[in-house]
Design a protein around this ligand. Structure first.
Ligand code: DX5
Ligand code: ZN
Length: 224
């Protein structure tokens, strides 16, 4: 069984010392960097824009997993593509013409992700699953790091795996929000492909040990 992709979210880093945050990610052996873009409308806070992505792009070769928590993703996607994002994920709740938005991300040469907040069912994105590269299941209400994982959202991971198998698709399933050591055993049971981790990663004493613990939680299931 594959290791999960570990994607630290820089939302929990010190924005005035991003160099240290990026060093922590590099030293941890994590796989991707998750970047939360918040516009103050789709979610209350404002985080950062495309300039942060282009500045981070200059300092790392890791894939940049950009999560747009914004009301008008279509207007912003070209800027994030130009800034060096590898994966651009937008919210189903913010988009009427999801298929067209996915096409536009692909036309810019980027992988396309769709995200759903906890109250949105998998059925809301069923028709566009054949076209996406990633489904990001929010496991907290978006907008803030450091919240507790909403266990009921993990059932969506299982529903998506069943659809992926029956439709013979290849998208990855990511979970975002509340991924902590305390929640690892139920997360490992659901087996998402990607784990976005903000506060637990940045608060861990040793980031490499923390990433090892996360990977072990998934590996441990194999010997059970
Ligand atoms: C929340 C963001 C998350 C956030 C996760 O709206 O989308 O990516 O950084 O933070 P933790 O892991 O602390 O819940
Ligand atoms: Zn996120």
């Amino acid at each position: 069984m594959k290791n999960p992709i570990v994607a630290p979210s820089i939302l929990s880093a010190d924005f005035a010392d991003m160099q240290t945050g990026l060093g922590r990610i590099r030293d941890s052996g994590a796989d991707w960097i998750h970047m939360d873009v918040m516009d103050g409308h789709f979610v209350p806070p404002i985080s950062f824009g495309a300039k942060m992505v282009s500045d981070v792009r200059k300092r790392t070769a890791l894939p940049l997993d950009v999560h747009l928590m914004v009301e008008e993703p279509d207007k912003m996607i070209p800027d994030f593509a130009a800034a060096g994002a590898d994966i651009i994920t937008f919210h189903a709740e913010a988009c009427i013409h999801m298929h067209r938005t996915i096409q536009s991300i692909h036309s810019l040469g980027k992988a396309a992700g769709i995200s759903v907040v906890p109250s949105t069912p998998v059925s809301a994105i069923a028709e566009i699953l054949p076209f996406v590269d990633l489904v990001l299941v929010m496991t907290v209400n978006p907008g803030y790091g450091g919240q507790e994982l909403l266990e009921f959202c993990l059932r969506k991971v299982e529903a998506l795996q069943a659809l992926r198998d029956s439709l013979k698709l290849g998208f990855r399933i990511s979970i975002d929000g509340g991924v902590s050591e305390a929640a690892l055993s139920s997360i490992a049971e659901a087996r998402p492909d990607v784990l976005v981790i903000g506060s637990a990663f940045f608060e861990a004493e040793d980031p490499a040990t923390f990433v090892g613990t996360v990977r072990d939680a998934f590996g441990a299931r194999l010997v059970c």
